[in-house]
Design a protein around this ligand. Structure first.
Ligand SMILES: Nc1ncnc2c1ncn2[C@@H]1O[C@H](COP(=O)(O)OP(=O)(O)O)[C@@H](O)[C@H]1O
Ligand SMILES: [Mg+2]
Length: 275
């Protein structure tokens, strides 16, 4: 297993003593891309599922790891009711759905179980997903992160080899101020940010008119200000929302849809930068 040792003179939490972290890659994948956002409800999971299926649709082998221990979305958005199986009682086989390998903290707990995981437990759950899941020969794992800059982000940034972060935001000011904090954290921890996505960017009415419900251009401007790539805009779409709720993401359900094409273009861009 190739390990990458990274020395950080300072950790995110501001400890000043030098500490060396060993970043282990997730077993069974070439690249790991995490989807992050400052706030919940900005469409991170919707993006993660559709983006993963877009990568699959252009011929890549893909897995999705739902690491949002506080609000796992994968079982519902990908319509998975089975639990993963373990042949030896130590490792777990991911569940294959729509041609992608899926694993979620949601498989392991009931929907009603309150998520009171804290620090060390979060870390150990993530390590289990990275090391004990039998991901099979993947090009990419897409990790759906919880919102914010907490323990999950810190564990991924310090202990797992993450090849890139995609930050999803909506364009209104309150969301953007938190995005800045996220950018600073990943920069400080030296995890490459692949770019920013402007979700729920605008609404196009039947007459073709675009309505900038949450404001215009904020995410793109932020990307420029922080010297990051802007990956594109995803409009507010009833079809995207209905597909997510019905358990079959839009890219899978209707691959010719205007929005599916946006996801596929982004997938092509990311593929080119890695393979
Ligand atoms: N571009 C969009 N247009 C319309 N609805 C969207 C869009 N993106 C996400 N949604 C909807 O918004 C809600 C929150 O999205 P979700 O992906 O769960 O957010 P997060 O993972 O950031 O908490 C879901 O009901 C989802 O279907
Ligand atoms: Mg989510």
């Amino acid at each position: 297993m190739d390990k990458k040792t990274v020395g950080l003179s300072e950790t995110f939490k501001g400890q000043t003593s030098p500490k060396t972290f060993v970043k282990n890659p997730i077993n069974g994948t070439k690249f790991t891309i995490a989807i992050s956002s400052a706030k919940g409800g900005v469409g991170k999971s919707t993006f993660a599922m559709n983006f993963a299926l877009a990568l699959k649709s252009i011929g890549l082998k893909v897995g999705i790891l739902d690491a949002d221990i506080y609000g796992p979305s994968l079982p519902k958005m990908m319509s998975i009711k089975d639990k993963p199986k373990s042949e030896d009682g130590k490792s777990m086989t991911p569940i294959n759905q729509y041609g992608v390998q899926c694993m979620s903290i949601g498989f392991l707990v009931d929907e009603e179980t309150p998520m009171i995981w804290r620090g060390p437990m979060v870390t150990s759950a993530i390590k289990t997903f990275a090391q004990k899941v039998l991901w099979n020969n993947l090009d990419f794992i897409i990790v759906d992160m919880p919102p914010g800059t907490g323990d999950t982000q810190l564990t991924f940034a310090q202990e797992i080899k993450v090849d890139g972060i995609i930050i999803v935001s909506t364009p209104q000011e309150v969301a953007l101020s938190d995005v800045k904090r996220g950018i600073r954290m990943f920069d400080k921890l030296k995890v490459p940010i692949l770019g920013l996505v402007d979700n729920m960017s605008f609404f196009e009415s039947d007459d073709g008119k675009k309505h900038n419900i949450f404001g215009e251009g904020g995410v793109e401007k932020l990307a420029t200000d922080y010297n990051k790539k802007f990956l594109g805009k995803i409009p507010i779409s009833i079809d995207l929302r209905i597909a997510a709720d019905s358990g079959k993401p839009l890219v899978e359900e209707n691959s010719d849809h205007k929005i599916s094409k946006i996801f596929k273009e982004m997938a092509e861009k990311i593929k080119e930068s890695f393979l």
